[in-house]
Ligand binder design. Structure first.
Ligand code: ADP
Ligand code: MG
Length: 278
């Protein structure tokens, strides 16, 4: 690819996570089995940002739920790196979901603090983290505001701060910007890039949006249609120093977008054909 700097950064760092041959099936209420994930392997370096792309129903959210520890019924193995081992002061993983997950009866600071309730932290440490992560996501002037007083983008900033405040080994994001309007999405992409750089987060980022994945991540994992397997793993040609909006103006961006779209389109086509003939 042209017009770009060699990719990162994290390759020589210790593995944060190794997923080997992950498989997942669901038993439906009717008694039949739905194979959601057929085979997914992924090794992530500490501090790396990996996007997962793929058609609806290919098992992206299932994969995140397993990584979040919310679903333990799966086959395959998940090994966590021990370099930055989890202790009582941080979570192994924290998730930011697509929809609004702020609690309407709590102000911003309490919404952020609630995420730390399972951790062993002193009141002073909780206070310190609330201040740090609220300011980091740009909500300094809204500490006491309630969700109904905030825009959608601001509520999502609060949800991001709540996840970051747990200082997770792995930050999981499931289409976190999908519910926002187009302009707010662009602003938030720039913000996520800035925030991850400051927190040095290891991130699994699920999105439908190819441009968003290229704007934000070091590698893109493209999944096949259901049952999901790894169809391709693509390295970003962009250096971390290049901001999302700047990336969009570079020739390598359009090249990568076309390449990834070809891969995804084949799978979306498969899904549509499957639905039409069901
Ligand atoms: P994605 O996030 O990629 O759209 P999901 O992981 O949500 O996909 O779902 C993958 C497949 O598993 C879909 O076909 C979905 O219908 C099925 N599925 C997800 N959750 C359940 C469940 N709790 N019970 C039965 N089937 C499920
Ligand atoms: Mg999903």
């Amino acid at each position: 690819m042209t017009g770009a700097v060699a990719p990162p950064q994290a390759a020589d760092r210790a593995p944060a996570l190794r997923i080997s041959h992950l498989r997942k099936s669901y038993l439906t209420a009717g008694g039949s089995t739905v194979r959601a994930i057929a085979d997914l392997s992924l090794t992530m370096a500490d501090g790396e940002r990996v996007a997962i792309l793929g058609p609806s129903g290919c098992g992206k959210s299932s994969c995140l739920r397993i990584l979040a520890g919310l679903d333990t019924q799966f086959a395959g193995t998940i090994e966590w790196g021990n370099e930055r081992a989890a202790d009582a002061s941080r979570l192994r993983s924290a998730t930011v979901f697509q929809g609004d997950s702020t609690l309407p009866w709590m102000n911003v600071d309490r919404n952020i603090a609630i995420g730390m309730s399972g951790l062993r932290l002193s009141t002073t440490d909780v206070r310190r983290r609330v201040d740090r992560y609220r300011d980091l996501v740009g909500l300094r002037d809204f500490a006491k505001a309630y969700p109904h007083e905030l825009s959608g983008g601001m509520r999502q900033r609060a949800a991001i701060a709540r996840a970051l405040a747990t200082e997770p080994l792995l930050l999981l994001m499931d289409e976190p910007l999908a519910a926002l309007d187009a302009q707010t999405r662009l602003v938030m992409q720039k913000e996520l890039h800035r925030i991850w750089t400051q927190t040095d987060s290891t991130v699994v980022y699920v999105t439908h949006d190819i441009e968003e994945a290229i704007s934000l991540c070091d590698r893109l994992l493209v999944m096949s249609s259901r049952p999901g397997r790894v169809k391709a793993m693509i390295e970003s040609p962009f250096s971390r120093a290049i901001e999302p909006l700047e990336r969009r103006r570079m020739p390598a961006f359009a090249e990568m977008q076309a390449h990834v779209w070809d891969l995804v389109a084949e799978e979306v086509g498969q899904t549509l054909v499957g639905e039409a003939t069901r």
